[in-house]
Design a protein around this ligand. Sequence first.
Ligand code: ADP
Ligand code: TRP
Length: 345
Amino acid sequence: MSKPIILTGLRANNNLTIGNYFGAMLPIIDMARTRSNDYQVNMFIPDLHSITTPVDYSAINKQIILTAKHFVAAGLPLDNPDIHLYRQSYISAHSELTWILDCFTGFGEMNRMTQFKDKSNDLAAERVSVGLFNYPVLMAADMLLYGPEYVPVGDDQSQHIEFTRDIGERMNKQFGELFTIPKTVKEQHAFFGKDQGLRIMDLQDPTKKMSKSDESGKGVIFLADTPEAAARKVMSAVTDEVAYVRFDRKNQPGISNLLEILALLQSRSLDEVVKEFEGQTLYGDFKAVVAEEVRRFLTDFQRKLHDVDEVAVTAKLEQSEKAMTITANATLLRTQQAVGLRPGN
Ligand code: ADP
Ligand code: TRP
C-alpha cells in the first residue's frame, strides 16, 4: 500500500529573512522529517508559477537550485526515500493537466480569486499576464496530479485549495473517480495545528513584521547578510525608554522581539530566555548577546549552505522528477481518456 501524501510548493527566493527561516522553512522541514514515517512528502519548487509575474529571467535558474540548497542547509535530508524534491516545470504533466482543467474552469470563478486581484493591483496593467490569472489552475494541477490529503500553505493560499477541491469534485462528478481531493482547509488546520503565530518583527519598527520586501532592509536580517552587518543591525535595533528587560509585546515590542529572536536562535523556550534576562537594565549588554548569537547563526548557516553538495541536490531533484513523472503521467492519462483525448474511456 502506498502512503498518503503531503504536498507543498516552495517558492524560489534567495532573499530570505530569518522570519522566513523560522516562520516557514524550519517548520516545513520539521514537518517533512516527522511526517515521513506515515506519509510520502512531496516538496516542489513551483518554477512555472515564478514566471507568472515579471522576474529576472537570467537569474531564475540559479535561484531554483539555490532555493533547494537553502532547504538542505536548513536540515532537509536528501536520502529519505519518502521525501521527494522536484521542480514543477521538469514534469510536463503539470502544464498539460493545467490546460485540461482550464477548459473546465469558469472565467467568473477565476475572477473571484483574491490573490490575483492583489497581485495584479501591484502591476502596471500591461504586465498583468494570463499566466497570473491562471495561477490557481496550475496550483490545482500541482495537487490533483498526486492526490495529496494535506497541503500545508499560508492563509493567503486557502482560496486556491478550496478551488482545487471544487474543480476536482466537479470533474469527479462528471467523469467518475479521477482525482483524490485534498482535505478541507479546516481539516488541514486541525491536522497541522494552525500556525503557531510566530512573527519576527522589524528591528527598526517592531510593530510591523520583518519582511524581505521592506525597502530599506535596515530592520531586516537576511540569511545572506554578512554576520557582522547583521550583528550591527541588532545593536541598532529600536527599543524603548523603560530600561528594564521584560517580555511585553504591547509596551516593549522591540525588547520582546529580541527576546523572541534569541530564543529561536538558541532553540530554547521563550520562558527560559525571559527568565535569564528579565530585569537587566543595560539594553546594550542584552543586545550584544543577541547580536553575537545572530552572528554565530549566520556564520554557521552560510557555512552549511556553502557546503551543500550541489551535485547531490541535482541528483535528488532528477531522481524525484523521474519518480514523480510516472505518477503524474498516470493521472494525466486517466484525465485525457476521460475527456476523450486518448482512447480507453
Ligand atoms: P515576506 O514578508 O518576507 O515576503 P512571505 O509573505 O513571502 O514573506 O512569507 C513567506 C513565509 O514566511 C510565510 O509562511 C510566512 O508566514 C513566513 N514569514 C514571513 N515573514 C515572517 C516573519 N517576520 N516572522 C515569521 N514568519 C514569517
Ligand atoms: N502558490 C504557493 C505559494 O505562494 C506555492 C505553490 C504552488 C503551492 N503550487 C502549490 C503550494 C501547490 C501548495 C500546493 O506559496
